[in-house]
Each structure stands twice: as structure tokens, then as C-alpha cells.
Design a protein around this ligand. Structure first.
Ligand code: AMP
Length: 366
């Protein structure tokens, strides 16, 4: 799919007004493009930095109608865009990444089947539609295993570890009695991710692989270079590239991966795909010539992709909840780039900002 490039001065509509939408809008502004943010939450950090904002439900067709009239293209900052909203907008304007990426990544079962069909590995999994299947699944996959809702899970929400002897009815109830999958627990050495961009002409740009550490299921630290073998880093980029091609994707996507080490060496299992810019790619703002945010805007605007080459080592640290109180001392540190999201309330675990701590490049993984 080759698309007409949007000239500077054009307006991009973004569904979702969180920090990802905010950083996309800032990157678009650098390229002379305007953004119109659409989000139902009046307290949306992206509203502060956009040319226009609409605060309305995603199901409100009259607001969507006005929104779509004011924009030249639409993209999104989160994968749970309701199907009807995406379809309504796509009938009027080009929406990128396309509906196929949303459809597959909104459902863990579809996503797992999609990547295994491409020949990649995931944790062993089974569809679970009732408590009886859960009991049976624990016997097949081993105990403990992880029960995850097929839809609307993020940052560890909508999932629970279940073991033999646990009350399966209680586990089933705790995830809201919804269609789910059961996953075997992966004995991973490390979690990492890869962020890739694909242009409408099929050009690809893959960033260096990032090593990720979580706290209470929320990303805390991402570092590059990741401490993986060069062959593993190559394989991660191949996975990201292949997935983007198979989705005929336009924009930035991230693939979260588990690194498993055995006597046979190091290999990767896919955890999940995010059809959007990703928290583990925030280091690119200060580590690369073209950040993931600018890259996404370039891709969906039909511009050439920029260089994804890394020019320094970076440790990205999320400022969660009260961590935001450290802003003054962080701002005084040399080699720290501070990115704050302008959120008013620092609830525990809420992503309030991040820092990129940079240092000269020690090693390149390609
Ligand atoms: P998810 O929401 O699927 O990304 O899961 C959140 C976190 O839970 C992951 O980043 C892992 O730390 C952990 N996790 C998820 N699935 C598995 C699994 N199958 N085996 C081991 N850990 C997992």
C-alpha cells in the first residue's frame, strides 16, 4: 500500500489522549504536522499539547463525525479501540495501522495463533471458556499456569496464576468469567522487546533490542543494549520485521519477548504484540536520531522512515506514582533527559513520566 504523503500543515487525528498520544503529538509538531486528539477522559495529558481536542465517548457518532471531518489521517495510541469506532472512521479517512492489526492484537488467542502460524514460538497455550476447561488445562500444561483474559488485559491486569488444588471457580470469577487463555509459565532469563517501524512502501526500520525489568507487572526500567547474544538480537529484529510484514503494517509496533536460556543456547518466545508505540521504546527519544514517535508519524503520514540507529547507551526509568516527586533532583543530573506527562494526580503505579539516562555507547549489537 503506497499512500499519498501528508504535507506539513496537515492534521493527524489520534485516538487516545494518554502519554503516548502526547508524545506522538509533540513529534508531529516537530514535523510541522498538527494533531487532533480524541479521548473520552477530560484529564488527558495529550490535550495540553495538541492543536485540537475532542473529549467524547468512542461510541459517539456525531463527535466522531466532526472529528473525522477535521483530520487528514487517523492513528491511535492504544490497541483497544472499539471495532465500530475504527470501522466508522476507516469508512471516511485512512486509518493506520489498519483494522487487521487491531483485530489480531485485541485478542490474545488470535494473536498467539497468528504468530505461531508464522513459525514463531510462544508459551504453550490453550483456549479456556469455562472452569472445567481450566481444570483440564492445568493437567495438560502443568501447574502453575497463567490464566489471561483474551481481551483488554494490560500491565498484568486480567490475569492470574492458577495451580492444581486452587478453586478454579474462584479463578474464573476473578477474571470476570470471560473467554480466556491458559499459558504455561515460561522459565525466562530476561524479558526484552523490539520496536520496529514499517513505511507504506514496505521499508523497515528496526531499533535495537531493549532489556526490560518490571515491578508489580508494570515496566520500570528498559535498557539498551540488552544483554543478549548478537544472534538473539538479530532474531528479535527478524521477528518484529516478519510480524509487521505479515500484518501489512504501516506504523510502529512493539513485540514483547521472553529470553530463554538452555544448554542448547538462547532463544526467544513471543509474549505479545503492541500495535503502537511502546513504553519500552521511550529510550529512542534520546538514543536515536529518529525516535519511535517521529518514526510512527513519518510512517502513517506516508513520509520516508528515518534512521533507527542508536548513538548512545540508554537506561529508561519510568517515574511511577510518587517517583514524580524526584523531578527537581533528576532535572539537575547531567546526562538525564526528563520527560514528564503533565498528569495531575500521582496514584500508585501511575506512569507520571520517565527519564532517559544516557552514556557513551559501549557496544553495538549489529
Ligand atoms: P502480559 O500482560 O501478558 O504482558 O504479562 C505481564 C507480565 O507477566 C509479563 O511481562 C511477564 O513478566 C509475566 N508473564 C506473562 N505471561 C507469562 C508466562 N507465560 N510465563 C511467565 N511470565 C509471564
Amino acid at each position: 500500500m503506497t499512500i499519498p504523503p501528508l504535507p506539513p500543515g496537515s492534521t493527524i487525528g489520534i485516538l487516545g489522549g494518554g502519554q503516548l498520544g502526547r508524545m506522538l503529538a509533540l513529534a508531529a509538531a516537530e514535523l510541522g504536522l498538527r494533531c487532533h486528539i480524541y479521548c473520552p477522559d477530560p484529564d488527558s495529558p495529550a490535550f495540553d499539547v495538541a492543536h485540537r481536542a475532542t473529549c467524547a465517548p468512542y461510541e459517539d457518532e456525531s463527535s466522531l463525525d466532526q472529528f473525522v471531518r477535521s483530520v487528514d489521517r487517523v492513528t491511535y495510541e492504544f490497541e483497544n479501540v472499539p471495532h465500530r469506532t475504527a470501522a466508522f472512521l476507516a469508512s471516511r479517512v485512512l486509518v493506520l495501522p489498519s483494522e487487521k492489526a487491531l483485530r489480531i492484537t485485541q485478542d490474545r488467542l488470535h494473536e498467539k495463533r497468528f504468530v505461531t502460524d508464522l513459525g514463531f514460538q510462544t508459551a504453550q497455550f490453550l483456549p479456556i471458556d469455562n472452569p472445567e476447561q481450566l481444570t483440564q488445562g492445568l493437567t495438560t500444561l502443568g501447574s502453575p499456569a497463567i490464566l489471561k483474559t483474551r481481551r483488554f488485559g494490560y500491565d498484568g491486569k486480567g490475569q492470574i496464576k492458577v495451580s492444581h488444588g486452587d478453586d478454579v471457580e474462584v479463578a474464573w470469577q476473578s477474571i470476570g468469567k470471560q473467554n480466556a487463555i491458559l499459558e504455561a509459565v515460561v522459565p525466562f532469563e530476561m524479558e526484552c522487546s523490539v520496536v520496529v517501524a514499517r513505511g507504506s512502501d514496505g521499508a523497515m526500520a528496526a531499533y535495537d533490542v531493549t532489556e526490560n525489568q518490571h515491578e508489580n507487572h508494570i515496566l520500570k526500567i528498559s535498557s539498551v543494549p540488552a544483554r543478549v547474544l548478537p544472534t538473539t538480537a538479530d532474531e528479535a529484529r527478524r521477528i518484529g520485521t516478519r510480524i509487521a510484514e505479515a500484518l501489512d503494517y504501516v506504523g510502529v509496533l512493539a513485540v514483547e519477548l521472553f529470553v530463554v536460556r538452555t544448554s542448547a543456547g538462547e532463544h526467544l518466545l513471543i509474549n505479545e504484540i503492541a500495535p503502537r508505540v511502546h513504553n519500552s521504546g521511550h529510550w529512542t527519544q534520546d538514543g536515536c536520531q529518529v525516535s519511535q514517535f517521529e518514526q510512527h508519524i513519518r510512517a502513517i503520514a506516508g513520509w520516508p522512515l528515518g534512521s533507527a540507529e542508536r548513538h548512545c547507551d540508554v537506561e529508561m526509568i519510568n517515574l511511577l506514582g510518587d517517583d514524580i516527586g524526584q523531578w527537581a533532583s533528576l532535572a539537575a543530573e547531567p546526562n538525564v533527559a526528563l520527560h514528564l506527562y503533565g498528569k495531575h494526580q500521582a496514584r500508585p503505579g501511575r506512569k507520571m513520566g520517565h527519564v532517559n539516562r544516557t552514556k557513551p555507547q559501549a557496544r553495538r549489537d549489529r
